[in-house]
Design a protein around this ligand. Structure first.
Ligand SMILES: [Zn+2]
Length: 163
């Protein structure tokens, strides 16, 4: 039973995850559980709802996210971070704040763009869905929390630009 967060409407974003107490940076919030793990080839056979709540695990596979974690919304200036299935505070979070993460942490699809309604001042309104489209300083900040396939790809790209 998760008591520290709740799911409720988050305006134009649909449902969102909200803090029920304050969290200090680094503090564990909750575990975002995975349901079915599917090959990316099989994504078209999933239900519309399952397709809306996918998490890329590597270049070939994705996991269907279960509630409440599937309702974690993206923000260009997130107040939470994810490392694997563990979600923890990245900035101070007050009771009642929506908990948000940056979906680009594990996104690798260069050129994929989505409209963003996160409302943060740095939000361009449309987000390029790739870790590697983040400003370099942000990539460095996020890197240790990114999944291993992103870290490998990061090293590969850095090696390429260095040569
Ligand atoms: Zn945004």
């Amino acid at each position: 039973m998760i008591r520290d967060i709740e799911v409720r409407p988050a305006g134009a974003k649909g449902l969102g995850v909200f803090a029920r107490r304050t969290f200090q940076p680094g503090e564990f919030i909750f575990r975002r559980r995975h349901g079915r793990v599917v090959s990316n080839r099989d994504i078209p056979s999933l239900s519309e709802d399952e397709r809306r709540h996918l998490c890329e695990l590597d270049f070939e596979t994705s996991a269907v996210l279960l509630p409440p974690g599937c309702y974690l919304n993206h923000s260009c200036e997130p107040n939470a971070m994810r490392s694997g299935v563990k979600v923890f505070a990245w900035r101070p979070i007050a009771a009642g704040d929506e908990v948000t993460i940056d979906y680009r942490l594990n996104a690798f699809d260069d050129g994929d763009r989505w409209p963003c309604a996160c409302g943060s001042t740095s939000c361009p309104g449309e987000v390029e869905g790739s870790f590697f489209a983040l400003p370099l300083a942000r990539q460095r900040e996020y890197l240790r929390y990114a999944p291993s396939f992103i870290r490998r790809e990061w090293r590969r790209r850095r090696a390429q630009t260095a040569s």
